[in-house]
Design a protein around this ligand. Sequence first.
Ligand code: 26Y
Length: 821
Amino acid sequence: ETTPLITSPEPTVEGFVREYLRELNFSQGTILERATTNDQYLALARTVRHYLMSRWMQTTVSQYRSQAKAVAYLSAEYLLGRQLDNALIATGLEEVAAEALASLGLDLDELREVEVEPGLGNGGLGRLAACFVDSLATMSVPAIGYGIRYEYGIFRQRFDDGRQVEEPDNWLDNGAPWEFAHPEHEVAVGFGGRTETYTDDDGRERTRWLPGWQVLGVPYNYMVPGYRNGRVNTLRLWSARATHAFDLKIFNYGDYAEAVRSQTFAENISKVLYPEDSTPQGKELRLQQQYFFVACSIRDFIDQLLPPGFDLHDLPDRVVFQLNDTHPVIAVPELMRILVDERGFEWDDAWQVTQRCFAYTCHTLLPEALEVWPVELVGRLLPRHLEIVYRINDEFLAQVRERSGGDELLVRRMSIIAEHPERSVRMAYLATVGGSKVNGVAELHSQLLRDKVLADFAAFWPEKFTNVTNGVTPRRFVKLANPGLSGLITEAIGDGWVTDLDRLRELEPLADDAEFRRRFREVKAANKDRLVSFLAARDGIAIDPATMLDVMVKRLHEYKRQLLKLLHVVTLYDRITSGDLAAADVTPRTVVFGAKAAPGYVMAKEIIALINHVGAVVNAHPDVSRVLRVAFPANYNVTVAETLVPAADLSEQISLAGKEASGTGNMKFALNGALTIGTDDGANVEIRRLVGDENFFLFGLTEPEASAVAEAGYRPASYYEENVSLRRALDLIARGTFSGGDGSVFERVVSNLLSEDRFMVLADYQAYLDAQERVERAYADPDAWSRSAVLNVARSGFFSSDRSMRDYLDRVWHAAPLTAG
Ligand code: 26Y
């Protein structure tokens, strides 16, 4: 039995006002007349929070009682975006809140702007996790997200002379109204030390781990509201604290100040999100973060979410731990350790349970992005886990040997332990061996995983491999980000689409309705106006809403090929300034870039500087700037995306085929009625198939073609030699046109393109220019363009993350959503 729940405040204007003033007085300790904007925001956040509270408690209690099989999503990143807007959407309180605040002389829109978004992720993978927990709650799936409460999220980006400068993201500084700390549920996590064998009371040989030091994990809970379905799931993020024992031991040495100082050693574990997202550096602290959150999470699930005395042999009936990339894969030996060392399981029984409890999602195709940890490091930090990994590997390789008739080459290829260049643990292999399913994140990606990256494993266990194409939440990325389009859609087909995005299909006939297209264009224009004000206020950037808005926003990576977009810009500049092209013949466009570079990724940072320098020259040129402008707002994040995506006409998805696992930005743009110019890569393949060839601008090498070119020996300089406009564009950069006449400034970028060009920018240059000409011709006919745009919206319902969740439930988790909240 539990205590009766406090009822929610009245969902009326009067009820909201009362609750708001109470919060302002009792929690903020201030009065309306003296409250700062931040006070006002915090009181508002807490007020909205109160409307979710009883549903949250209800969800938690009924989940515990029913013990229905749950999904535990393990992710080192959650790129959540602002919480207030989402909570208002989920509760349907937006109008009530706006009116209530207005009656007090306050402006809801002004207060929304106060919130600093929790940027606890790098990019696609972290945002995907946030979309997934949203969908799971909305679909009433019993689920919990586990991760790390970084004190500093993804760095804030600023430009100094066009070059990226990183600043700390102190997102917690002004108060954190959305989190609930539970120090009473702290969990101890061991590190280091040694293992020993002993004989237990039953005379069995057993092993135990004697850690050398410990830290505590303190859980912070966040509400994950379902969309108007009365369910509120939990996201539980762990924060590291020094142990009490740790304090005492050092304090007893008598050096108080030093003892306090050294506490920060343990607390460093959750201090900061690593900003690299493709080349893991074997940083010890990163492995500490990974083990820390995973150990806390498994312990928490077993101790807090299962009934006392639960028989862990039945664990696979109660939970599936989904591994978001390799970052949480140390969970596999951790569960084995708990079962074998702590619970006295036989190895084989433990292994059966473990394999059935885990499933692994891979998010990459770049070999350098696959995590490996040096055996030396794992052995020092997690000696028992290393022993367990070795045994898992021994038994697995014995199986490989047996089934392959002793193919030692195969055995070496499939070993979880790599021998070169240094002995290390291949985390993707450990995940593949340790779980029941492996999935890629788009059809092409899953196919390439089977054919290339994990080919030996796919041959060994064909049924283990599956695909789940990514998705995005229509709540945040349509309903919240694009109220204009949402209103138009709802007026036409009702509001069921918000939780059943396939219903957008019903818009298809309206693509042929001139009045609907006109209204669609009106919405797009209003979204552009909104973007204009946003960029003017935030960055002092002036853009012309009457131009085509051509947008490329994503992390900066050579494989994503921001340089290809930039070469197009430089070529337009060249053609206009040289008189080859009359400005009057150019479709006026604004090219918007948004991208952060990993702080240690030198080439990516050079590319950012080059974009900014080209932008400055283009924007300052009297003739060119009349038809072409470049805008590169600093610090692209979820909040910027919410204003930018709905305004876009053209979505740039131009990675080299076979390199982008899926992409999710591509889905957001299509759903908001932008047309895509893109390669045959990642989820672009599926977008094009669904929206139709005539509503998508395809260009470039296919994956098999790119592989064949690489195989045959790619020579980028030959494209430079043979293509005049390419040569002219590169020469302009090389001669210092965009760097005050100093050609040496961007020498690295140019010479890399000419000599190596790993991602075949030069090979795809001409095809890209040709595709851009097709774009211009299409854009010249606004009616035909908006018809295509409407069809993009109508046919993109598949890309809802609700559908992704259904696919995971069917193909991976074998769990059904609850019918009632
Ligand atoms: C190991 C560490 C360096 C690391 C940290 C973050 C490695 C990778 C990452 C993040 C990867 C990522 O964001 N991948 C993207 O995942 C998206 C969601 O599946 C895909 O849409 C996108 O194609 C892929 O690049």
